[in-house]
Design a protein around this ligand. Structure first.
Ligand code: F0G
Length: 473
């Protein structure tokens, strides 16, 4: 760091010390500015669902951080090293080695993306009637658990459901809730704990090292496995380094491996932490589970040495794994998310606090207290943000939560949020300023905004394809 060589007086003179990204831009992708008329037409065509917008109609795309990151020059160079052999590609072995090195698991099964791995692990270990406890649901994860015959039960700490709680590790599992569940259903009906790093639906909130250690101890008493959703686990350990006593000087790579050592395996959407546009994997220590998953992968994804990825994809992914665990990279990545969060906090706009790893989550319940949850306040807020400035965000509330499979009723989550998700290494600070100002504009106009009605609802993962129409006064 340059900080030591700059004379003290200079720092005092400026009165502040900024951070900057540990990269510079080598190639740019033009984006289209849109007019108010363009946006009005586009949002109506999209049924007020930002998933149904065409990207050409979007100015700043904060729909997701999934597959939207910028690859490095090394990753792009890696694409040229793709070994496209059907079986036994060189790049698969590079990938396998990177996963073993940085995550520490023994056996690796490649998949096309995260949900491919969720499918394999769910089918391999869940039996009809099983219960899967976890730290808040994720949409595709829970659906695969349900399709395999299981029921997901949320055992996250209560603070996770409170957007204003400043708890430093809102992703933690409540061990008392878990114990009560084990006593009720019996350990033999719990195939594994579904533990996620930086819990997406809670606002990108981390799990502490102390929590996973204690979880391991509890699970060992009952012989219950712990499988990790490692999708944003490198981001999770940044918070451990920052907030948990004793870890400040430990590199992210070391913390990641330690955290994983308390678990029995992981599934991964490499489209996030790993800085690639497509890819995923499942990795486990248990040979029997590996054997089942490796057999199934050839039915659903591709041969067990490519799992739906091209050789070049696996090469870029192997390089991305190394880049993801660099401390400087992670500081800048999370620093950018915080920069946006701090602007909104300064303007007293309600967001989930503390700011998490991959996104800012606007609290639609507090922004639109006059819109009842069955009129989809977060869905409306996402549409308004697009209409104002061409910024695309995502609903994470009642629409994402779907319907209860038994009662058929909407599931009403405590959190009714809009996610402004920051792709890695893609946008500048100026894009964050524009975004913050757009949020401020729609916040100032909040009292005039009304809810939506759902006019089309698909059977599975409805948030992707549902259509809405505005309600009038
Ligand atoms: N687990 C988590 C925590 C995720 O955030 C995602 C995807 C998946 C699993 C599934 O992975 O998309 O590669 O099949 N999240 C994306 C998002 C879609 O926008 O948050 P996938």
């Amino acid at each position: 760091m340059t900080i030591e060589v700059i004379p003290q007086t200079m720092g005092q003179q400026f009165g502040r010390r900024s951070w900057a990204e540990p990269w510079k831009i080598k190639m740019v992708e033009p984006i289209r500015m849109t007019s108010q008329a363009d946006r009005e037409r586009a949002i109506v065509e999209a049924g007020y669902n930002t998933f149904l917008l065409r990207s050409v109609d979007v100015y700043i795309d904060l729909l997701t951080d999934s597959g939207t990151s910028a690859m490095s020059d090394r990753q792009w160079a890696g694409l040229m090293l793709g070994d496209e052999a059907y079986a036994g590609s060189v790049n698969f072995y590079r990938l396998e080695e990177a996963i073993r090195n940085y995550y520490g698991y023994k056996h690796v099964v490649p998949t096309h993306q995260g949900r491919g791995a969720e499918h394999l692990i769910s089918q391999a270990v869940i039996k009809q009637g099983d219960t899967i406890p976890g730290n808040m649901y994720f949409t595709t994860t829970r659906l695969h658990q349900e399709l395999a015959g299981g029921t997901f039960v949320d055992v996250i700490i209560d603070e996770a459901h409170d957007p204003s709680s400043e708890h430093p590790f809102k992703g933690n599992i409540d061990l008392d809730k878990l114990q009560t569940l084990i006593d009720r259903v019996g350990a033999e009906h719990i195939p594994y704990i579904s533990l996620a790093g930086t819990v997406n639906m809670a606002g990108g909130q981390p799990v502490s090292m102390a929590n996973v250690k204690a979880l391991r101890q509890l699970c060992d008493r009952y012989g219950i496995r712990i499988y990790l959703d490692a999708t944003r686990m490198a981001e999770n350990v940044f918070f451990i380094q920052e907030r948990e006593p004793g870890y400040a000087d430990v590199p992210i790579a070391t913390l990641l491996k330690e955290f994983c050592s308390y678990t029995d395996g992981a599934w991964m959407s490499a489209k996030k932490d790993h800085l690639v546009n497509i890819g995923g994997w499942l990795a486990v220590n248990d040979h029997e589970v590996f054997d089942k998953a490796r057999n199934m992968v050839v039915i659903y994804e591709g041969l067990h040495t490519y799992g739906g990825m091209a050789g070049r994809d696996m090469e870029a992914l192997a390089i991305g794994i190394e880049e993801a665990v660099q401390d400087d990279h992670m500081r800048a990545r999370i620093g950018q998310v915080r920069y946006l969060g701090d602007l909104l906090i300064d303007w007293e706009i309600p967001i989930v606090c503390p700011v998490g790893g991959h996104a800012i989550f606007l609290d639609a319940k507090r922004i639109y207290p006059h819109i009842p949850q069955d009129q989809f306040p977060a869905q409306r807020l996402a549409a308004e943000l697009y209409l104002d400035s061409g910024i695309r965000s995502m609903e994470r509330g009642v629409v994402s939560a779907g319907r209860d499979p038994e009662s058929g009723e909407h599931r009403y989550p405590a959190l009714e949020l809009v996610r402004l998700t920051i792709p890695r290494r893609v946008y500048t600070q100026a894009h964050m300023d524009v975004t913050a100002e757009a949020v401020k504009a729609i916040y100032d106009d909040r009292e005039r905004t009304r809810g939506l009605e759902m006019v089309y609802e698909p059977e599975y993962l409805r948030f992707f394809q549902a259509r809405f129409a505005p309600l009038k006064d």
